[in-house]
Design a protein around this ligand. Structure first.
Ligand code: PLP
Length: 415
């Protein structure tokens, strides 16, 4: 071997040993921008690989019967090393004691309802949520003899009044709501949950932990569809439940293991990489959403625009709860001429926009909620919360904002 090469290899070995040492961060807690990249990730011991390895293995060989589980792993439905790193990282970023990750966001919600509700119990849930959450409550859990009250969470008094002492075991909130962007006063709802002895779970998929961490306000459980801003690239689906206490964590983990509601290691590996840029994407998406909301607001064919960073009936709550001075990549608007005009625009929109479901990705997306994401709600319930047939939901991507506005302008000319 050439001497130069030999010495460079020596220095790698030397420096990698230093890197592996715990506590190389020094004093102080790193900012979330740093944590999104580095939290819970160590260079792999044998090779120094900077990325967490993908352990694509169903089972883990035990040294002996006596030493069963000595290395922590046995079967991937229960625990997988790649998935475990993602769970630890999500828990750390969201501020909980632990987390489980699942195959989809709906699987995460199913775990929450299955763990904390049984026949005869009652749940107070937001009357405006992702359509699938609403359907899960009505179609799946109601048939097990569990009662649900669908309540406007903008009014904490209504939430309190809906609670039934001794029966209400779960309060399920969402902030901002999909798609109407209603906000929740997390501290007030958590206080109500504590008073009635219920678990409070908040779905902050639209906000991301870069904007809102419910556990900073004492909320029991955080639920995330990782399919959205965590993945951020339209690559894969995933979900997470983050727990505030070890007791809740153990209950959730047991339910997950029994249901087999897990995430595949390959998906966990992908999200471990994509979430490292969440702060950059969410910042850019928020800036674009602000610019687009302001532009739409001045357009003569637009009758209403809703964005928590500009005009919003709960602006005070947005400013209280949304960190980092941003308000997310989601907005919605309606056009003069109602539903036919909205549908015309959604049919006319061209690139860089895409007409489809999903949100929080690099690609800018326009969604017709009444026929796509919220088609599984009862039509009357949808209209009650303002999701008309012409309701246009926008998820801003990371493209150039001027290109996005030019395309919107062309589509509006055709309406
Ligand atoms: N929660 C919210 C706020 C959502 O927007 C969605 C999906 O759009 C879900 C939960 C369900 O997530 P998934 O599609 O990953 O099952």
């Amino acid at each position: 071997m050439l001497p130069a090469l030999r010495s460079s290899r020596r220095s790698f070995v030397h420096s990698s040993r230093i890197l592996y040492k715990a506590g190389t961060w020094g004093p102080g807690k790193p900012n979330i921008d740093t944590e999104l990249v580095h939290a819970c990730i160590e260079p792999e011991e044998k090779t120094g690989a900077i990325l967490t390895p993908l352990y694509q293995s169903t089972t883990f060989v035990q040294e002996s019967v006596e030493k069963y589980l000595e290395k922590g792993y046995s079967y991937s439905r229960t625990n997988n090393p790649t998935v475990k790193v993602l769970e630890d990282k999500v828990a750390k970023i969201e501020g909980g004691v632990g987390a489980v990750v699942t195959g989809t966001g709906m699987a995460a919600t199913t775990i929450v309802m299955s763990t904390f509700l049984k026949t005869g119990d009652h749940c107070v849930i937001t009357d405006c949520s992702y359509g699938g959450t609403n359907r899960l409550a009505r179609v799946q859990f109601m048939k097990y003899g569990i009662d649900f009250s669908f309540v406007d969470f903008r009014n904490p008094k209504a939430v309190k009044e809906a609670c039934i002492p001794g029966k209400t075991k779960l309060i399920f909130s969402e902030t901002p709501t999909n798609p109407t962007l209603c906000l929740v006063d997390l501290e007030k709802i958590q206080k109500i949950a504590e008073e009635v002895g219920a678990i409070h779970c908040c779905d902050t998929t639209f906000a991301t932990p870069y904007m809102v961490k419910p556990q900073d306000y004492g909320v029991d459980l955080t639920m995330q569809s990782l399919t959205k801003f965590y993945d951020g690239h339209n690559i894969g689906t995933g979900g997470a439940v983050v727990a505030k206490t070890q007791e809740q964590m153990d209950q959730i983990k047991l339910c997950q293991n029994m249901h087999g509601n897990i995430m595949a290691p390959q998906v966990a590996f992908n999200i471990l990489q994509t979430m490292k840029t969440m702060h950059l994407r969410v910042r850019r998406q928020s800036e674009s959403a602000t610019t687009i909301a302001q532009w739409l607001d001045k357009h003569p064919k637009v009758t209403s625009v809703c964005y928590p960073g500009t005009k919003h009936p709960q602006k005070e709550l947005a400013d209280k709860y949304h960190a980092n001075g941003i308000h997310g990549g989601m907005l919605h608007f309606e056009l003069e001429g109602g539903a036919p005009a909205g549908i015309k625009l959604m049919n006319a929109i061209e690139r860089p926009w895409s007409l489809c479901e999903n949100l929080g990705a690099c690609e800018s997306i326009i969604t017709a909620c009444a026929v796509m994401t919220h088609a599984n709600m009862e039509a009357a319930d949808r209209l009650k919360v303002g999701i008309t047939d012409g309701f246009i939901r926008v998820s801003c991507g990371i493209e150039d904002v001027e290109d996005l506005i030019k395309s919107l302008e062309r589509a509006l000319e055709k309406v």
